[in-house]
Design a binder for this molecule. Structure first.
Ligand code: CU
Length: 458
């Protein structure tokens, strides 16, 4: 059952949403017409394309401006921007600006009232980018059982918001987005969390066997901005013989930058990490999972003067824990805490699972009500035994605890929940407007794992 089927089934609560959406569409079409003679400074065309992953693999998909990832946007923090989006695809679309604190109509989530762009239609997005850091943009439609839609496609790209204080302590920058291609349903049994399997995986637009090596000199300091743009798969990455100095999570500087051998990158997360190139050779930067590397998730790192086949060595076994980058300050007490329990409901006849928050699936779930200026704590517990990269729109949150262990100073917009794990995150309600909270795993989201947050005055 996808989100639209849910909407039909639980339709009564949705009428308000539809009315709001039509209003938004009229309003925004009007805006677009007003500017019809002067093009915006940035343009995106959503259109079908054939992606050449290399090694003879061609993928029919939908992308932005004919490339995967889409164009890199480098926007100045605090400077208003306009982006014209033309939908040259066959389906209604919209673009979500992930990690930005912007208004609901421009955020690109229909559940918040952002307008859909009809096939052959266009829409002008206008917003003021903030905060600074590694953000991204992607489609925010539902896919249900149709893997030719939504985040299964090539509709994703980097959006870097440049602030005043870029440390700049690196020689060059490399942007790498993870994606998985050609999904198929996995047969599911009780207790089997795997839902989708993929034929190919890539950094950007090439599989490992076809990727052009990243050429480095000994002593180079390379800033990698990693983005997991997979629809459903969390990944774990390493570069044999090297350490990643993690400096930002989800684009936000961390209290304690640290060197680690292995990066864990859940769906929709970003990690900025600097690698000092001090082990000459030809190496594979890739997934620690052999099967994932075999289907393409890797890229060679080649030192100038070295040659030969790229080498992989398994890193030491290590457990990822955000807390090593965090501080020890006590959290401010929240004005209110919302406990949220995540559960899976198995559906008959092989239909995809439904997902619930406190026993309710979107849209048949009342919004959380918040007041402007107050501090709220979301207390998550996974009762499903599955990992969940949960995401809050239009706000960042501070991680307060993970699996009962306190931390501070980690500002994120996605948190990777481990099976049966707990986490607490705090946010300040400082950006009025409907706000979506959801699991970024596409199947979970389509299965109803979403809830709105609504600003109220009394
Ligand atoms: Cu999930």
């Amino acid at each position: 059952m996808n989100r639209r089927e849910f909407a039909v089934k639980f339709g009564s609560t949705l009428m308000g949403g539809i009315a709001q959406r039509l209003w938004s569409l009229q309003r925004t079409t009007q805006t677009a017409q007003d500017h019809s003679l002067e093009p915006a400074e940035h343009t995106l065309h959503i259109r079908p394309m054939t992606l050449d992953l290399g090694s003879g693999i061609q993928i029919r998909t939908v992308g932005y401006n004919g490339t995967v990832p889409g164009p890199v946007f480098r926007l100045k923090e605090g400077s208003p921007v306009e982006i014209d989006v033309f939908n040259d695809s066959a389906n209604a679309e919209l673009v979500h600006w992930h990690g930005l604190h912007i208004d609901s109509l421009n955020d690109g989530a229909m559940e918040e009232g952002s307008p859909m762009i009809p096939s052959q239609g266009r829409l002008r997005y206008s917003f003021t980018p903030k905060p600074a850091g590694t953000r991204w943009y992607h489609t925010h439609t539902s896919a249900g059982m149709d893997f030719s839609l939504s985040t299964y496609t090539g509709q994703f790209g980097f959006l870097i918001v440049e602030g005043a204080g870029d440390a700049g302590n690196y020689d060059r920058e490399v942007l790498l987005a993870v994606h998985h291609w050609e999904p198929t349903f996995m047969p599911m049994g009780p207790g089997q969390p795997c839902e989708v399997s993929y034929k190919h995986a890539s950094f950007n637009d090439k599989v490992l066997s076809a990727a052009e090596p990243i050429k480095v000199h000994q002593g180079d300091r390379v800033l990698f901005r990693f983005l997991n743009a997979s629809a459903t798969e969390n990944v774990v990455l390493a570069l044999p013989g090297h350490q990643f100095k993690v400096i930002a999570l989800d684009g936000n500087p961390i209290p304690h930058p640290k060197e680690v051998a292995v990066l864990s990158l859940a769906v929709a997360e970003r990690i900025d990490a600097v690698v000092e190139m001090n082990t000459p050779g030809v190496w594979i930067l890739g997934s620690t999972n052999r099967k994932e590397r075999e289907i393409g998730l890797g890229i060679p790192i080649e030192y100038v003067g070295s040659s030969g086949q790229p080498t992989w060595n398994d890193p030491p076994v290590s457990e990822w824990n955000y807390r090593i980058f965090g501080g020890t300050d006590a959290a401010l007490p929240p004005d209110e805490t919302f406990p949220m329990v995540f559960q899976r409901i198995t559906m008959p006849n092989g239909a995809p699972d439904a997902w619930t928050i406190n026993g309710r699936s979107f849209p048949n779930i009342p919004p959380l009500k918040v007041k402007q200026g107050q501090r709220y704590r979301l207390g998550f517990y996974d009762a499903s035994g599955c990992p969940h990269p949960v995401h809050l729109h239009r706000h960042s949150f501070e991680v307060v605890s993970i699996n009962g262990q306190p931390t501070s100073g980690l500002i994120k917009d996605v948190i990777s929940m481990t099976p049966y794990g707990t986490a607490e995150v705090d946010f300040v309600a400082d950006n009025p407007g409907p706000t979506l909270f959801h699991c970024h795993q596409q199947m979970h989201m389509d299965g109803g794992f979403m809830q709105l947050i609504q600003y109220v005055t009394s």
